[in-house]
Design a binder for this molecule. Structure first.
Ligand code: NAP
Length: 297
């Protein structure tokens, strides 16, 4: 029930109607019996500063940030976590005694299913397809896990070089190499973790995959295929990996875990991860297995 004491959380983006975050956060809040509500806020780029001041004025406790504000919000924050500085993007903001604190929970979200595998990654190689916003969290996550080599593959050499250079200050540069799509045949035999961070295969382009059918036989059987996409589940990429006998991970758990990490930061208590997961699954099921398309949380 919304009362005179209900506290506000939310997500800001443009557009925002597609966001799945209100579904999982409100399910968690209801489950915990808390006097909070989580709302979607459509904020156009030119209104960002006004929105952040307005959030302060109305006492919002915290909010998620999605496209197109993930980088633009940086100057409006009072403190930025180390992980968000490394990535250069914010997805979670919390009100503190020192003002707005921004961080990025996508790294924790990406890492959660990998940590569950309890492997030693120190002698291993991650190959990351794509170098957009999500790839930044994946690179930071792979660095945290201790991968010996992180290879980022893209289709545009200028963008790839800019991506590599952007990690210069993090000390990661000696482990981070870049390659083009044509280099994949050479990279795949050494791959322990293959991550798709491109939208190839996402609804409605469900019959596309970033890898050609014949590429799969070049991967070692120990390799893990991880697709950040969660609509559809599984993607063609993961179906192909599964047919090859590889371990597969999809993007739903990352979405749930980045949300759970944000909620526990705001509430200062553990988030009910299973409730959030089930709320999303039920919602996606009702919506015809994710016919809504792209969402960044
Ligand atoms: P983004 O910033 O637009 O980056 C997309 C990347 O994919 C870019 O490097 C782009 O290369 C590349 N790409 C796009 N189409 C391609 C194609 N046909 N061939 C080769 N490369 C292509 O997007 P993002 O925010 O990183 O999101 C990427 C995907 O991750 C989306 O499917 C999104 O839903 C998913 N995601 C999931 C979660 C989760 O919690 N599970 C979180 C974030 C994102 P160019 O720059 O050359 O175009």
């Amino acid at each position: 029930m919304i009362t005179g004491t209900t506290q506000l959380l939310g997500v800001m983006g443009d557009p925002i109607a597609h966001s799945l975050s209100p579904v999982m956060h409100n399910a968690a809040i209801t489950h915990l019996g808390l006097d909070y509500v989580y709302l979607p806020f459509a904020v156009a780029p030119q209104d960002l500063a006004t929105a952040v001041s307005g959030f302060r004025a109305i006492g919002l406790r915290g909010f998620n940030v999605t496209i197109p504000h993930k980088q633009a919000i940086l100057p409006w924050l009072n403190q930025i976590s180390e992980v968000a500085q490394a990535i250069g993007a914010i997805n979670t903001v919390s009100w503190t005694d020192q003002g707005w604190y921004g961080t990025n929970t996508d790294v924790a979200g990406f890492l959660a299913p990998l940590k569950g595998l309890d492997r030693d990654w120190s002698q291993t190689t991650a190959v990351i397809l794509g170098h957009g916003g999500a790839a930044r969290a994946v690179v930071a996550g792979c660095a945290q896990l201790g991968f010996a080599q992180i290879q980022v593959v893209g289709r545009n050499s200028e963008k790839l070089q800019a991506f590599q250079a952007s990690w210069g200050k993090t000390g990661l540069i000696d482990r981070l190499t870049i390659g083009e799509w044509a280099d994949l045949a050479e990279l795949l035999p050494q791959t322990d973790l293959l991550v798709n961070t491109t939208p190839i295969g996402m609804h409605p382009q469900t019959q596309t995959s970033p890898l050609k059918a014949e590429d799969w036989q070049n991967l070692p059987t120990r390799a893990i295929a991880y697709d950040l996409i969660y609509t559809p589940r599984p993607t063609l990429f993961l179906q192909q990996a599964d047919r090859q006998g590889l371990l597969t991970l999809d993007g739903l758990e990352m979405l749930v875990q980045q949300g759970a990490a944000a909620l526990s930061l705001w509430l200062q208590q553990p988030a009910p991860v299973e409730v959030m997961r089930q709320a999303l699954l039920a919602y996606l099921d009702r919506r015809g297995k994710g016919e809504e398309g792209k969402d960044e949380g």
